[in-house]
Structure formats: structure tokens, C-alpha cells
Design a protein around this ligand. Structure first.
Ligand SMILES: [Ca+2]
Ligand SMILES: [Ca+2]
Length: 179
């Protein structure tokens, strides 16, 4: 009985060994109590969280409007009232962490004049506010800014439903000695 279990464990372990002998280390299996890796924050949600000026852990409409204006004016240093797409990428890099982070200028530039105005940016964030404010209390809590992702799927397919693999008592493969 024990021998069978060990043999099965050995076989499963072997399946996780690639041709070149590399041992694949898997993420925690679904169903384990802690799955922090599935909780993520979108770049734009990260920015919205920083708009919490009074430090109560939630963002209201007034904080949102002031925050969006601040980010816009920090990039629109010549006070043109418009950000061309290159300047918008500067905005995204500064405030979202990456020039290609969403929202894209194409989404925000509603009148398609190849520039993003403060009004357009505020309008876009107003719609984001409504999307994130899931319980409709006119405040965005940190919980509402979290995104839950499905468990990771590796190259061998979904890991869901697979029973935990106990390592065999002895290492299955001969280990290369460091020279
Ligand atoms: Ca607040
Ligand atoms: Ca525009």
C-alpha cells in the first residue's frame, strides 16, 4: 500500500521533470488556504488608490477629480490643456508605471483629435469610478480596487483538481555535483 503510494508519487514527480533534468517548481495548488498571487491591482487602480488625500483608505469623487487634475498638470507643464499621444505616454509612464499601461490614449481621446484634454481624462476616470464603486456608496475602497485572477495555468495545463504531490523519501534523480 505504502509502496504503491510512493511509486505513484515518484511517477508524478517524474512527470514534473523536464527532458533536460530541470525540476519544475509549481505554484501552490488551488484549494490551499492561501492564494495571495491571485490578488492583483491594475495600474489604473494603483493610481486611483493614491488619490486618497485624507488618508481614510477610500477615494471619493472630489479626491478623484483633484487627483486626476494633479496628474494631468504635472505632465502638461506648458499648460496647453491638452496632452498629445507622446505626452500621454509620459503621463502613463509617470503615473501608471508603464507607457503602455491602460487606459490607452485611444480610449480616453473621445473626440479623436489626437490629443487628450483634462476634460477627457476626467471623464474617463469618472467612468472608471463608477466601474470600481461596486457597492455604489460613492467611495472606492481598497477592496473594490482589487482584481481576483484565476489560479495560474502552467505549460502542462491547468493545475486545478490535481491532488498535492508528496515528495518521495529519496531524491528521484541523481543530482549533478557542483564542479
Ligand atoms: Ca479618502
Ligand atoms: Ca481629445
Amino acid at each position: 500500500m505504502l509502496a504503491t503510494a510512493l511509486a505513484l508519487a515518484f511517477a508524478l514527480q517524474a512527470a514534473a521533470t523536464q527532458d533536460d533534468g530541470t525540476i519544475v517548481v509549481r505554484a501552490p495548488l488551488p484549494g490551499t488556504p492561501q492564494t495571495p498571487a491571485t490578488m492583483v491591482v491594475e495600474p489604473v487602480a494603483m493610481l486611483i488608490a493614491t488619490f486618497d488625500a485624507d488618508g481614510d483608505g477610500a477615494v471619493d469623487r472630489a479626491e478623484l477629480t483633484a487627483g486626476v487634475r494633479h496628474t494631468f498638470e504635472a505632465i502638461d507643464t506648458v499648460k496647453a490643456g491638452q496632452l498629445r499621444y507622446i505626452a500621454f505616454a509620459d503621463w502613463a509612464e509617470r503615473w501608471l508605471g508603464d507607457r503602455n499601461a491602460l487606459p490607452s490614449p485611444f480610449e480616453v481621446d473621445r473626440n479623436q483629435d489626437d490629443q487628450v484634454s483634462l476634460d477627457e481624462l476626467e471623464d474617463h476616470f469618472s467612468r472608471l469610478f463608477a466601474r470600481y464603486d461596486k457597492n455604489g456608496d460613492k467611495r472606492i475602497s481598497r477592496a473594490e480596487l482589487l482584481t481576483y485572477r484565476p489560479p495560474p495555468i502552467d505549460a502542462k495545463g491547468p493545475t486545478g483538481g490535481r491532488p498535492p504531490v508528496k515528495p518521495p523519501a529519496k531524491p528521484p534523480a541523481k543530482k549533478r555535483q557542483p564542479e
